[in-house]
Design a protein around this ligand. Structure first.
Ligand SMILES: Cc1cc2nc3c(=O)[nH]c(=O)nc-3n(C[C@H](O)[C@H](O)[C@H](O)COP(=O)(O)O)c2cc1C
Length: 359
């Protein structure tokens, strides 16, 4: 682990060594990746939306067996069993609860009372203001270049807006991969960076090798609504091009098929899926046809990330994929990022001090 230390409000809040977060990516952020990040001094976050409650329980215990370092779990606040998942985090003393969709103030208060740090993800300034007012401990803000569900505003514009709007620590996400990015984010006033695509492309991620090779060989991403109705940044592929061309009827048939498949592997009843759909519709203001498409995301991601079929699945990815050409280990990656950031900050300081000192 690097001797270099950049202490920030994030490292102090969570008790990690480095201000670097690995985000909760569905099917990708499992115990192996999270443990590698935690042991490297970063904050690893387990993705739980694609796990049953039992699978999540097993994953949390596995990480705890393999590391003493803090880690987090990403949750959907609108899931029908969100209450059970929150009780699990509290019981297992998980350090961080990360949310893809803002949890209500009572849930935030319950977690905080139990000593769990609450960090919702947001894609807009007003959402950051809302979760800060509701008592969130920190906020993760993802700019439009980020992978998966994403907004339209670039990190360089969203981050300063959010930093100015809230007085809790802000974690910057969307487009980060090296120490220059970390130094820049800190200069904007962020307390650290979070990365998805960069951690997917490490030796420690369990994504099949052939799928990692597709990522490394692709430079283009597209934002499509054809997966689940919401803007989703994915690798451009023949499948995505075909989805973009496909009509409404074939989209509905595909959505129904994927909903049935997700029901089977998740063990959820139609009633629970409908309740989830209703909560999602309410929380995100979606039409029923968009809700129906929600089952597409986990199934199409799984085809690539678990089954190793890039031809049959979608591969969520940030634009950053265009500049990545290796598969480092997490320890090596985090050490290099922190060392480069510290070097950049020191060099800038020396340069600016020299430039402003009268001869
Ligand atoms: C393969 C993949 C799966 C993702 N799945 C989720 C998810 O299940 N929940 C979530 O909140 N964000 C998810 N995201 C978004 C990431 O957590 C993160 O915010 C994003 O990747 C940051 O941008 P970057 O890729 O430029 O680092 C996913 C991203 C990728 C690349």
């Amino acid at each position: 682990m690097s001797g270099q230390v950049l202490e920030t409000p994030l490292t102090r809040l969570v008790g990690v060594r480095h201000p670097v977060v690995q985000t909760g990516m569905g099917w990708v952020a499992g115990p192996r990746l999270v443990t590698a990040v935690a042991n490297a001094g970063g904050l690893g976050i387990l993705a739980s939306a694609t796990m049953t409650l039992d699978q999540l329980t097993a994953a949390v215990r596995e990480v705890k067996e393999r590391t003493d370092a803090p880690f987090g779990v990403n949750l959907r606040a609108d899931a029908s069993d969100a209450g059970d998942r929150i009780d699990l985090l509290i019981k297992e003393q998980v350090k961080v609860a990360s949310f893809a969709l803002a949890p209500k103030p009572d849930l935030i208060a319950k977690l905080k009372d139990a000593g769990v740090v609450v960090i919702p993800s947001v894609g807009a300034r007003r959402h950051a203001e809302k979760v800060a007012a509701w008592g969130a401990d920190a906020v993760l803000v993802q700019g439009g270049e980020g992978g998966g569900h994403t907004g339209a505003v670039a990190t360089t514009l969203l981050l300063p807006q959010v930093v100015d709007a809230v007085d809790i620590p802000v974690i910057a996400a969307g487009g980060f991969f090296d120490g220059r990015g970390l130094a820049a984010a800190l200069a904007y006033g962020a307390a650290g960076v979070a990365m998805g695509t960069r951690f997917l492309l490490t030796a420690d991620s369990a994504v099949p090798e052939e799928v990692k090779r597709v990522y490394l060989g692709t430079t283009e991403t597209v934002v499509t609504r054809q997966v689940d109705g919401m803007p989703h940044r994915v690798l451009r592929s023949d499948l995505v091009d075909a989805l973009e061309r496909s009509g409404r009827v074939s989209g509905t048939v595909r959505a129904l098929r994927n909903a049935a498949a997700f029901k089977k592997i998740s063990g959820m009843s139609w009633r629970a899926m409908l309740a989830d759909g209703r909560a999602m519709k309410h929380g995100k203001d979606l039409s029923w046809s968009q809700v129906l498409m929600a089952g597409n995301t986990p199934m199409l991601l799984k085809a690539a990330m678990v089954d190793g079929r890039p031809d049959l699945g979608v591969m969520a990815s940030g634009q950053v994929v265009a500049v990545l050409d290796d598969l480092p280990g997490c320890a090596e990656l985090i050490d290099a990022i922190v060392a480069q950031a510290a070097g950049r900050i020191a060099a800038q300081h020396a340069y600016l001090t020299r430039a402003t000192t009268p001869r």
